[in-house]
Write a protein that binds this ligand. Structure first.
Ligand code: SF4
Length: 178
């Protein structure tokens, strides 16, 4: 990997589109990682993954897809502490990203979650910075929330699958029953 190679954890195609372009414009050689065992049920996970694969083809973007569907790890992290589940969900996904980035020789890691106004932004920043120290690889931070609708505009012509809830069964329940 080059000196300015960046591994971007991708939560979905719609958040990835602008985020990837932003980091490319900052001079980084960008690759993306798919690791989202927080997306339930399995077929919802597959629909979002397929959308991300289409975007990657469209943007000629390297996409590393983590083998399997690590749903057991997700539930082991959150069961019994559901009220704070997003913290453990972020830790799980960003930890895998930092480890993969370090093993594959990337110079830094980040996440597309930083573009979403629906996510706990400050918590993401805190966890990314903690993991940078723990795993020994820099976490790149940018507040891209003002570009959230630009990112969605970029994917509109591609007619990709669009999710209606954050990802886990708890968020699906809150979305439809709340
Ligand atoms: S609401 Fe979203 S970020 Fe929070 S635990 Fe569920 S999938 Fe993860």
């Amino acid at each position: 990997m080059g000196q300015s190679s960046l591994l971007v954890h991708s939560c979905c195609a719609h958040c990835a589109a602008y985020t990837v372009r932003y980091w490319q414009e900052q001079g980084y050689e960008v690759s993306t990682l798919w690791y989202n065992p927080n997306i339930h049920p399995y077929m919802e996970h597959q629909h979002r993954l397929e959308a991300m694969q289409s975007l990657a083809r469209e943007m000629s973007l390297p996409l590393i897809v983590n083998e399997g569907y690590d749903i057991v790890s997700y539930f082991r992290q959150v069961v019994g502490r559901e009220a704070r589940r997003c913290r453990y969900c972020f830790q799980l996904r960003l930890s895998k990203t930092a480890e993969t980035a370090r093993e594959m020789g990337f110079s830094a890691f980040t996440t597309t979650l930083l573009i979403s106004p629906h996510q706990k932004h400050d918590l993401l920043r805190e966890i990314g910075s903690e993991l940078a120290g723990e795993k020994g690889i820099p976490f790149l931070y940018a507040d891209l929330r003002k570009r959230y609708s630009d990112s969605r505009r970029m994917t509109k012509p591609l007619d990709l699958y669009r999710q209606q809830y954050c990802g886990c069964v708890y968020s699906e329940w809150e979305r439809y029953a709340g």
